[in-house]
Design a protein around this ligand. Sequence first.
Ligand SMILES: Cc1ncc(COP(=O)(O)O)c(C=O)c1O
Length: 449
Amino acid sequence: MPTTLEVKTPRLVTALPGPKAQQVIAADAKFMSPSLTREYPLVAEKGHGAIVEDIDGNSFLDFAAGIAVCSTGHCHPKVVEAIQKQAAELIHISGTDFYHHHLPQLAEKLVATLPGKEAKKVFFGNSGTEAVEGAIKLARYHTKRDKLIAFYGCFHGRTLGSLSLTASKNTQRKGFGALLGGVEHIPFPYAYRCPHGHTAETCGTETLELLEQQMFKRLFAPEEIAAIIIEPIQGEGGFIPAPAFFLQELQRICNRHGIMLIVDEVQSGVGRTGKWWAYEHAGIEPDIVCIAKGIASGMPLSAFVAKESVMTWKKGSHGTTYGGNPVCIASAMATLDLIENGYMENARKMGDYIFARIGDWPKRFKIVGDVRGKGLMIGIEIVRDQKTKEKAADLRDAVISKAFHKGLLTLSSGENSIRMSPPLLIDEEQADFAIRTIEECLRETEKTV
Ligand SMILES: Cc1ncc(COP(=O)(O)O)c(C=O)c1O
């Protein structure tokens, strides 16, 4: 029987979940926090490339990549080698207290990926939410202002500062009491549901007007606003790209008023859209960029990168025990090499390939309302009726569950979308399998409507 290392497409050998998986799920229910939202009963055991093997020996094609984290696939040999070598030399020494050569080495490499004339500096953390927390603090510190503006539908994390910006699902905020004061949300340019009938290129004009004509005049004077934070492509919110003009205008507004533009690239960054950073498609230069997920192929590492003129805080004003851990940095160095030397270009190429094949799904499947995204950030919005655009979370969930039972891992996103965010190394055979499988699931699901 071929091993996980040898297969490129799924092979199912038991009913799902298999007998060993069922035992793990029972133990998990007994001991693990019930707040975790498992979409379907996958009990992962091994991974290689774009394949995940479960505890019963079933292998799956992974178009979820651990929520867009495993950018170089599972256990890439170069990443594994870098981690193993570093683990044998030095596992930890806090970068807050001492120097180690990995820190400036990765910072320099990371800064080189960000376009723009101004020099930049980096702070390393462990998770996306920490990058956002740090960015909030830096923006407040630098501007000496405290107000923040974020967007409906965006997700920036679950710790109390970042949660104050998150406005994705109310279950993520409900029950936790008062969050940060001085935070307001405005509509994200969501072209498929644009109330003003705009296209994907022009949606958002009215939001910019709202910002300048209503918010700045009636709620927050612009000179009180520390930062506006946006995901260039909403991740948890449904894989919704912001139009280029919108990001450019936002940048102009921020520049005019000395407001920091924070771009959250936690999900969309590190080559996934065919460029290092999704905001590059709009040609802007944010003041602060938040990075995590794909940067270290699964090792916990995040960063926020700011213009040198912005990262002006004093010694002791921000720190971390683990952030920039040597093993995570070694993994990131290997990851960035792989992204730079082929995987980013592959993400662009395979993204074009997939979008060319699925762009007509709204014409071919009556439950597909919209197909959108960039590169290997692919969103499919499921509706009950294309005319009314009624959101169909139940049908979306059915498609995802059927796909799992056919050996394809995907995730939900937003209220009623499917997201596909595979590792950046997938090939045409794997893309074809994923497309064919989702088409079968759509066909089976629409028969139930
Ligand atoms: C855009 C964005 N920002 C921040 C976060 C939070 O990252 P973490 O879960 O690593 O804290 C996420 C997580 O999905 C995200 O998608």
